[in-house]
Design a protein around this ligand. Structure first.
Ligand code: ADP
Ligand code: ADP
Ligand code: ZN
Length: 214
């Protein structure tokens, strides 16, 4: 099963992608996580990506598409995969489609987690991330068991640099201008499924599994 998670920054794509990955046994591929890992390891890609990410802008397609196309060609993606945060532009969607077409394949579902902007500001302000393993929490909605510490690995949680309120506003603008058109793109492809992302995490997941099947 090959799935795309669509939705604004903070809609819950990563949270749901992790749950889907566990239930269906397919890898969760987050371009944001890949970029952050590269920044942490101080790679050339990381240095380039950071400049855009800190401003709340998109990393250029040239740096992004090849990365994903290579990743989904790996062995663990044979049974399927979940793309979280990719594609974010029409050229990225075209590049994905082309790469799959060459293998006689296509995406199965694009799940749009629908959350209005005023919810997003609250979710991002309360988001805390683990810089070590990438796990994500919310100080009120989805708190870690021990305050300020990651459930998975025990590292201190941080507010991401790009989750500051001014950067969140910019990212929402970028989402509406560059990524939202993908909703129509996948509607035309016949694979768009919309779920109400304002519900609690468990309910959103139930809506998604009823789309994907048991
Ligand atoms: P969120 O989950 O809050 O939407 P991500 O972790 O997906 O945030 O992305 C963080 C940042 O990484 C984005 O604001 C953007 O700068 C960069 N990024 C991630 N994925 C892409 C992509 N597919 N194309 C361009 N930039 C990306
Ligand atoms: P995205 O990957 O789309 O940027 P995340 O999965 O990181 O979004 O979620 C953004 C923030 O909202 C996180 O702090 C997360 O814990 C919280 N969150 C995720 N899903 C829900 C939900 N259904 N209700 C309330 N808060 C949520
Ligand atoms: Zn952790």
């Amino acid at each position: 099963m090959k799935i795309i998670m669509l939705g604004a920054p903070g809609a819950g794509k990563g949270t749901q992608a992790k749950l889907i990955s566990e239930k269906y046994g397919i890898p969760h591929i987050s371009t944001g996580d890949i970029f952050r890992a590269n920044i942490k390891n101080d790679t050339e890609l990381g240095k380039k990506a950071k400049v855009y990410m800190d401003k709340g802008e998109l990393v250029p397609d040239e740096l992004t598409c090849e990365l994903v196309v290579d990743r989904i060609a790996q062995d663990d993606c044979k049974k399927g995969f979940i793309l979280d945060g990719f594609p974010r532009t029409i050229p990225q969607a075209d590049a994905l489609k082309e790469a799959l077409q060459q293998r006689g394949e296509a995406m199965d579902f694009a799940i749009d987690i629908d959350v209005p902007d005023d919810f997003i500001i609250n979710r991002m302000g309360g988001r805390r991330a683990c810089p070590n393993c990438g796990a994500t929490y919310h100080i009120v909605n989805i708190p870690p068991k021990k305050e300020g510490l990651c459930d998975v690995c025990g590292s201190p949680l941080v507010l991401r640099d790009d989750d500051q309120p001014e950067t969140v506003k910019k990212r929402l603008d970028v989402y509406h201008a560059q990524t939202e058109p993908l909703i129509d793109y996948y509607k035309k492809e016949g694979i768009l499924r919309k779920v109400d992302g304002t519900q609690e995490m468990e309910q959103v997941f139930a809506a998604i599994t009823s789309v994907l099947g048991e």
